[in-house]
Ligand binder design. Structure first.
Ligand code: ATP
Ligand code: MG
Length: 415
């Protein structure tokens, strides 16, 4: 026997009234999307502030662990419970279901026949599992109170697994939930979801996605707040390889497991980099290059209907991320730039990248377009007016080069 229903819990803070329906619909969409990637056929429905997933087909038609793993990537979910679902029935029948649930979930063998002679007390084994029954009765027609169901089920469980269970109402090992609604739901394990908001409830933004550790994490953090993502990657063939690009495609795929589909725009940045290299002071290369990245990413963002940019910048991480440098890159964009990692130490970012499984891909050693044209001693305290002055040297070529870069973008759909 396999339990073929999942009860999905979500946080309810700030989603009252009209927003609530939107939040739930977006969540249902994301749950369907996540489950479309795993084996099995799933029916997703929402009922009375709950989302349920019912697996169609027989017990072998899906792998519960795989389904849970997919659901753990759906932002907005705070808990995932695999439940035993049964029709509303007499309390005795519910108690039998509870026995089946406990037997299956905790590997307990039900006692054969009746448990001991009447009045004979069976003491719990030293390793007996402690439990408490917690019944909720949303269906007020049900003829027994929650506390009466608790007591009856508790007693049946003790009788069914003599010595193996004991009651502990304060700190039970197992909190057995019984919910009596349109159906009866029995569960005890609540697997944590990722939290956040369902993607699609908070607009769309353009991620500047490099092959490094930081930008995939930055995209993940913004997507966690309900923002749909698209991404722009700058490469510089033949100075950067096809393999470096593939690494970014791989990273986008890893982020898309959480964010849903991403349009990844690959921008050929070679001519712009060469022009900067040729005409501008070498210690300003990185900062000027970053400014044009911002401008091009913004052009792509407008095409995609995005309202902001996302970068993996963090104060002081490298020369191009001092406060003075950030002032210069920020000025190049007119859209808001979201920098979710701004106050993070590198180790915090690495920990997150390990958690979301992008780290191993990020550390693959392929050259990045920024590392090829970097100066030995980049300015660490650039002044915006001086940078802008240097950029004037590009005046006769840059508009055309930018237009070319935008128009020749290769767009890869990552789903
Ligand atoms: P790491 O520091 O681990 O290399 P990173 O690549 O994110 O990560 P930087 O190279 O300092 O760090 O870049 C800062 C930010 O600028 C990146 O987080 C990313 O948002 C953006 N960026 C840098 N290079 C590129 C690129 N080639 N394509 C797209 N965005 C880029
Ligand atoms: Mg980098």
């Amino acid at each position: 026997m396999v339990f073929k229903t999942f009860l999905l819990k979500y946080g309810e803070i700030g989603i009252k009234g009209k927003n609530r329906g939107q939040f739930e619909d977006a969540l249902v969409t994301q749950v369907r999307h996540a489950l479309s990637k795993v084996e099995g056929e799933y029916e997703v429905s929402k009922e009375q502030g709950r989302i349920y997933v019912n697996v169609q087909g027989d017990d072998n038609s899906f792998d519960p662990d795989e389904a849970v793993e997919a659901l753990q990537k759906v932002f907005g979910l705070v808990g995932i419970c695999q439940v035993l679902k049964a029709p509303v029935a007499d309390p005795d029948v519910i108690a039998e279901d509870a026995v089946r649930y406990m037997a299956k979930t905790y590997g307990l063998a039900p006692a054969q026949g009746s448990a001991g002679a009447p009045g004979e007390e069976i003491l719990p084994d030293a390793d007996a599992l402690s439990f408490k029954v917690h019944t909720r009765r949303a269906n007020k027609q049900y003829p027994m109170s929650s506390m009466e169901v608790d007591a009856l089920v508790g007693e049946k469980l003790l009788g069914a697994f003599p010595g193996k269970l004991k009651v502990d109402v304060h700190h039970p090992d197992v909190m057995l939930h019984i919910e009596i609604r349109e159906e009866v739901y029995i569960y005890s394990k609540i697997i944590p979801g990722p939290g956040g908001m369902p993607v699609g409830t908070n607009g769309r933004a353009q991620l500047l996605l490099s092959g490094g550790i930081d930008s995939p994490v930055a995209g993940w953090m913004i997507a966690k707040r309900g923002v749909a993502l698209d991404a722009t990657y700058f490469h510089a063939p033949p100075y950067t390889s096809e393999r470096a690009k593939q690494k970014v495609v791989d990273l986008a795929k890893l982020v898309a497991r959480y964010s849903g589909p991403i349009r990844l725009h690959v921008i050929n940045f070679t001519d712009i980099q060469l022009a900067i290299y040729e005409k501008c002071p070498h210690d300003e290369l990185t900062i000027i290059m970053r400014r044009y990245m911002m401008k091009i990413a913004e052009a792509m963002a407008k095409k995609d209907g995005s309202m902001g940019l996302i970068t993996g910048e963090s104060i002081g991480q490298v020369a191009s991320q001092t406060i003075q440098s950030l002032v210069c890159t920020d000025e190049a964009a007119t859209m808001p730039v979201f920098r979710p990692l701004i106050g993070f130490d590198k180790q915090d970012i690495i920990d997150l990248s390990l958690k979301i499984d992008t780290y191993d891909t990020s550390i693959q050693p392929f050259e990045d377009c920024c590392t090829i044209f970097v100066a030995k001693h980049p300015v660490t305290k650039p002044r915006l007016d001086i940078i802008q002055k240097s950029e004037e040297r590009l005046a006769d070529v840059i508009d055309e080069l930018m237009e070319q870069a935008v128009n020749s973008a290769e767009t890869i759909r990552i789903s």
